[in-house]
Design a protein around this ligand. Sequence first.
Ligand code: ZZB
Length: 260
Amino acid sequence: QEYTGIKLKVLEWSKEAQSTFESLKELEGKNVFFVAATLRPETMYGQTNCFVGVDINYGLFKINENDIFLCTRRAARNMAFQGYSKERGIVDQIIEVKGSVLIGTKVSAPLSKYEQVYVLPMENVLATKGTGVVTSVPSDSPDDYATLQDLKKKAAYYKVDPSWVAFEPIPIIDTPTYGNLAAQTVCQQKKINSQKDRLLLAEAKELVYKEGFYNGTILVGDHKGKPVQEAKPLIKELLISTRQGFVYNEPESLVMSRSG
Ligand code: ZZB
């Protein structure tokens, strides 16, 4: 599976992360990036936040003299075999933390209309898929839409500040069947109430994926007006050439065991 790795730069750590990382000399003067794996680079204009799993372990990995990546160790290892480490196959971990520590961190998401967005909790993040970091596009991903709604409705329960979730989905792809907020439309049609509605969300994802890919038109950015199929590789290339993204491959066997 070929993903695009998206680099969301840390602007301000959550309070808990700040105190955890305070004494780390290795972070001084470095850029730290949450690295999300996406199959939909053309939707990056619609990012409203970033998701992590609160019980998942994440590492901070030294990638080169300037950059530190935050992702699962598994992903860092894959990256180290794909040229994203100083020495091939070798990961250089600075520290490991639980996702819960990272909630409320402010990051900058490439291409998003929102200049800064927050790291938030999602129950359905798989530690065994991608980087364990998921960038959120509630306009076009039903899982993201349902989760963001949960967090808005029950901010206290999920331990998020209401200001961290005060971001509306952005219309970025127009579709003939579901309009320009396809994930919202399908979630409402299927009466999806929460991220816990796994079966309905899987159906919704399938519908939204297909409609967006085959019939969608991009509404924003350099490739505005183009069909999604045409714009997708161009926007991916734009992210890569500006070093806001990179190609990240997931070993085939893992992909099979996950989707089976
Ligand atoms: C942004 C995005 C925008 C995504 C969208 C989807 C959609 P698939 O097809 O099942 O492989 N993802 C990535 N890593 C994880 C993880 N560890 N746990 C849970 N979800 C993860 O799904 C690939 C998508 O799953 C990725 O693409 C990512 O979300 C999420 F508008 O990135 B996507 C209709 C879907 N729309």
